[in-house]
Design a protein around this ligand. Structure first.
Ligand code: AHG
Ligand code: MN
Ligand code: MN
Length: 339
């Protein structure tokens, strides 16, 4: 065994960083802890997804007629249960629930924070064993403590986020998060169930040579995006073009790859999805916060994602995110071909 190298665990890292927040009383630390606890349970279930049918049949015989739950419902329940028990969070907005879930018990009502979450992102990829994720935003509540959280606590622009992160369940499981002081990535050591700092101070490369978009939507795209795709495919040695096309269909996994390798992710509006597909509160905003903290940019084509004032919990938005230079290039095309 190596004698003199020291692994930094997520817990050690958080405690170390807490001194940077003089007024912090550890609430955020506990929230992140609750989220990672649920993530580990979800991770275990995802890893066994191939066995779910077998186990499901067995289970049906033993458990009183309870049907096997879809993994995204299971994940939702895990995150809700972990946060409800933690007393720091007074409400959640989740992709899986039409309305907010307000925690009305004497402990949670005193909680200062609310969370917007996509418990399982890219869930249609599960059967194919492709990377999926969880993505979340943490906000300070607007209403006074002493009652459950209200919808206005969650309808805040992304600039109000106090923390955001994602978990990627990939060839390894990672947590990547920011509290507004850079981005750090932690890999789960499955043998001991501990997240360890593996990617300190994550930054986008200055520019990249990957573009990520569902090109199957080509005929439904606006002219500006069609032209940008042509630009990506055109040869130019100076700008490393033609770019490589990479698209998994899991926002978290596509973004994560682009953050590491250098690339731009796009989900524009289309004729079929006139406001885009991704949700502002629990997909675009947390990714935007991480992107900016990693030296990148996130835009809806015209505006900074984090400045958009949300009007509805499940509001959709176009999303363009990646290194600043790449996102600005797309914005240039959008302005040029404005229809
Ligand atoms: P979810 O599984 O939470 O519904 O999210 C799926 C999202 C996102 O992860 C991905 O970027 C996008 O849907 C893919 O959509 P297309 O299949 O339309 O490309
Ligand atoms: Mn999603
Ligand atoms: Mn989802």
């Amino acid at each position: 065994m190596a004698a003199n190298y020291k692994i930094k665990t997520l817990t050690e890292f958080i405690i170390e960083r807490q001194s940077e927040y003089p007024h912090a009383k550890g609430a955020l630390t506990r929230l992140l802890n609750d989220i990672t606890t649920a993530a580990k349970i979800v991770n275990r279930e995802i890893n066994a997804a191939g066995l779910v049918d077998i186990l499901g049949y067995e289970g049906k015989k033993n458990i009183q007629g309870e049907s096997q739950k879809k993994l995204d419902v299971f994940a939702n329940e895990q995150f809700i249960a972990a946060l409800k028990g933690g007393a720091e969070c007074c409400a959640i907005a989740s992709e899986e629930n039409e309305k907010i879930i307000s925690f009305e018990n004497e402990f949670s009502e005193m909680g200062k924070y609310v969370i917007a979450i996509d418990p399982l992102d890219g869930s249609s990829n599960i059967e194919a064993n492709v990377s999926i994720g969880t993505v979340f935003s943490i906000y300070r509540r607007k209403t006074d403590a002493g009652e459950g959280g209200k919808v206005e606590d969650l309808l805040q622009p992304g600039i109000n986020q106090v923390a955001a992160g994602y978990i990627i369940y990939g060839s390894s499981t990672m947590l990547v998060y920011t509290t507004g002081k850079g981005v750090n990535g932690f890999t789960l050591d499955p043998s001991v169930g501990i997240f360890c700092l593996s990617h300190p101070d994550m930054m986008f490369p200055e520019t990249g040579s990957i573009y990520s978009i569902n090109e199957g939507n080509y005929i439904y795209l606006d002219e500006c995006i069609k032209q940008y795709i042509k630009y990506c495919q055109k040869e130019d040695k100076k700008t490393k073009r033609p770019y490589t096309s990479r698209y998994i269909g899991s926002l978290v996994a596509d973004f994560h790859r682009n953050l590491i390798r250098g690339g731009v992710f796009m989900y524009p509006k289309t004729k079929k999805a006139p406001s885009g597909k991704l949700r502002l509160l629990y997909e675009c905003n947390p990714i935007a916060f991480i992107a900016e903290q990693a030296g990148g940019k996130a835009s809806d084509g015209f505006n900074r994602i984090m400045e958009v004032e949300p009007e509805a919990l499940h509001q959709r938005s176009p999303l363009f995110t990646g290194p600043i230079s790449m996102v600005e290039k797309i914005e240039e095309f959008i302005r040029k071909y404005k229809e």
